[in-house]
Write a protein that binds this ligand. Structure first.
Ligand code: BGC
Length: 263
């Protein structure tokens, strides 16, 4: 395994566990890009810990990886010392599961687990739309749920859960996620009203220097970002769908041996 001048690996493997798919690829950490085509397998249904861990192990085994290559895995829940604490959009049996240990056991490797939006935010700061931005960067992923990643001067503040901010008596993700837009067949303008309310609340509470929008719908930003009136600059993600994979790989490499998660 190659290392840079600080002794950190220059390559790692990233895995993004989502509600519908599990994606993984080796990552070149010098440029923040996938160094081989990513592999995607459907998330098992029901998405129990054992079934998902088996699918992840098969995915990892489909690559010929050095034994000591750092492996990072994202998960759509707060991950505190490796353990999933909630399960808003995945099988409830994940609550209390040590994600790092479970995936580590099934892959036979040392695994670092991190919240999906934290990984994406970290990748955007290192290699994407927030590269070189000083101060407070807030990444918000608009997908099945809403995820948040808060990075202050390059340091990740883990496990913010701003998708569950209460707005007008409801979880923000119930109205402002991309899934909510689809579920209620909202026009872009209707959805933008919910986004406006959500982002205005966030900027009043956090005062970020930059907001980055992630998730698949970030590619369609022309339809809704111009409708928002915010004081904070707001831009689409630079890494699009690969941000989770890249961020998980980067965090795993940085953590080195022994560290299994943040938090
Ligand atoms: C979860 C977060 C996650 C987000 C995006 C939310 O429902 O609580 O932990 O980051 O969905 O997947």
């Amino acid at each position: 395994m190659k290392a840079n001048h600080a002794g950190q690996p220059t390559g790692a493997f990233g895995i993004d566990i989502g509600g519908s798919g599990i994606k993984g690829a080796p990552v070149d950490l010098i440029i923040g890009e996938l160094s081989a085509e990513r592999v995607r397998v459907p998330t098992p249904d029901p998405s129990t810990p054992k079934a998902v861990a088996k699918a992840v192990a098969e995915l990892v085994d489909s690559f010929d990886l050095p034994r000591n290559l750092p492996i990072g895995v994202t998960f759509p829940a707060p991950i505190v010392h490796g353990v999933a604490k909630t399960a808003a959009n995945v099988d409830e049996s994940w609550i209390g599961t040590d994600v790092s240990a479970l995936i580590g056991k099934h892959t036979g490797r040392s695994v670092f687990a991190v919240n999906d939006a934290d990984a994406a935010g970290y990748a955007e700061v290192l290699y994407g739309a927030a590269r070189g931005v000083r101060g407070t960067v807030l990444l918000i992923t608009l997908g099945t749920g809403i995820g948040s990643g808060l990075i202050v001067d390059g340091v990740l503040v883990p496990n913010t859960e701003f998708g569950h901010l209460q707005i007008d008596g409801k979880d923000a993700e119930e109205r402002a996620s991309d899934a909510a837009r689809e579920r209620h067949s909202m026009s872009w303008a209707e959805w933008a009203k919910h986004l406006q309310r959500y982002f205005r609340t966030l900027e009043d509470l956090i005062w970020p220097d930059l907001i980055v929008i992630g998730g698949g719908v970030s590619k369609k930003h022309d339809n809704y970002l111009p409708l928002l009136r915010l004081r904070t600059p707001i831009v689409p993600a630079g890494l699009f769908n690969n941000a989770g994979i890249v961020g998980a790989a980067a965090l795993a490499a940085r953590a080195g041996k022994g560290a299994r998660s943040l938090g």
